[in-house]
Design a protein around this ligand. Structure first.
Ligand SMILES: Cc1cc2nc3c(=O)[nH]c(=O)nc-3n(C[C@H](O)[C@H](O)[C@H](O)COP(=O)(O)O)c2cc1C
Length: 330
């Protein structure tokens, strides 16, 4: 099987890490790339804020993720501003530029950006063209199935984006109206794959290697994007990649390895953003590491109290203490 290539980039693996605002900071991306994510993407950043030179927005893009291609994701709905934003980050260190056509958040779609773009296939193409005209990097797009059941536009939007020069398209197989819940529609990924010649990544609800294999098999897509399933479980990339590459499943990480990964991730967040900004964000990351542990409810509550980096030691001690408690205590 040939590796996925686009715009001169070659992906080391077929499972990539999806962007998540509030989660996919540099520490999180580093961890996922280290465990085999084929690429990572920044949190979405506002095209307008970049054109204003907003320092906080620029800081969301740095530092680049080592070990695998790294993309920066822009959101916006005005082609000229998207182009200016692409020009404003030309000096930043990243490999490709991704355009958000999938965010369902009211504050984003009310302005016409994110998944609201799915209502206007032509505008999708204009945005890709404007961004391409102002960047030296390949441009990719992440879209949804459409806006709602009456506007299933992924095929039209994907064609418009490809025509305007998009080098890869990711499809989250739900409409905006569906937000994040009902099951995904593999058929739409298949339809997009058949409609375009650039690589297509399928996205939605991949939690296991079997989910990834089923998506690849049933849609013919080139690779898969995993977002929520990898939070607190970067080893999911190792398991999924092994399954795709026909290799034996790697051994599961033990509890010490899981806690070491969490500790290092939070330390890195604190180094990069300072304790005051990092620790509230670390709470949400830590909660994901409690999945499947004994006493997970109590441990999640402990995660919500994290205030100082030193609190991590108490949390990790509590994780081990809970696992040693006799079964009947639960
Ligand atoms: C908290 C959260 C934040 C997200 N932020 C972004 C974002 O900034 N850009 C984007 O394209 N998608 C974003 N997404 C969507 C994910 O990338 C992904 O498409 C979606 O969660 C479905 O994939 P999954 O089932 O593997 O999580 C976000 C999802 C979540 C849950």
């Amino acid at each position: 099987m040939r590796p996925i290539q686009f715009g001169g980039l070659t992906l080391p693996h077929r499972a990539v890490f999806g962007p998540m605002a509030g989660f996919t900071d540099a520490a999180c991306r580093r961890l996922m790339a280290q465990h085999g994510a084929g690429f990572t993407v920044s949190e979405m950043v506002s095209s307008r804020a970049l054109t204003f030179g907003d320092h906080k927005t620029f800081s969301l893009l740095r530092p680049r993720t080592p070990g695998a291609p790294y993309g920066v994701q822009l959101f916006g709905e005005v082609p000229a501003i998207m182009g200016q934003a692409a020009a404003a980050i030309e000096g930043e260190d990243f490999d490709f530029l991704d355009i958000n056509m999938g965010c369902p958040a009211p504050k984003i779609v009310s302005g016409g950006a994110g998944s609201a773009l799915m209502l206007h296939p032509e505008l999708c193409g204009e945005i890709v063209a404007a961004v391409k005209a102002h960047t030296s990097r390949p441009v990719t797009v992440k879209m949804r199935k459409g806006w709602d059941a009456d506007h299933v536009t992924a095929v039209a939007c994907a064609k418009a984006c490809q025509e305007a020069g998009a080098a890869l398209i990711t499809v989250h197989a739900r409409t905006r109206q569906q937000m994040y819940t009902p099951g995904i529609d593999l058929e739409i990924i298949r339809a997009v794959k058949q409609a375009v010649s650039v690589p297509v990544l399928g996205n939605g609800d991949i939690q296991t290697p079997e989910d990834a294999l089923a998506m690849l098999r049933e849609t013919g897509c080139d690779g898969v994007m995993i977002a929520r399933g990898a939070l607190g479980d970067p080893w999911l990339f190792e398991r999924v990649n092994a399954a795709i590459e026909g290799l034996p499943q790697p051994p599961a990480p033990n509890l010490q390895a899981r806690m070491n990964a969490l500790r290092r991730q939070v330390e890195e967040m604190v180094q990069q953003k300072g304790e005051r900004t990092a620790m509230p964000q670390a709470r949400a990351q830590a909660i994901h590491y409690m999945k499947g542990l004994k006493g997970a409810g109590a441990l999640r509550r402990a995660c919500c109290q994290l205030t100082y980096l030193s609190d991590m030691d108490d949390l990790i001690a509590e994780v081990f203490a809970q696992q040693r408690r006799p079964e009947e205590a639960f």
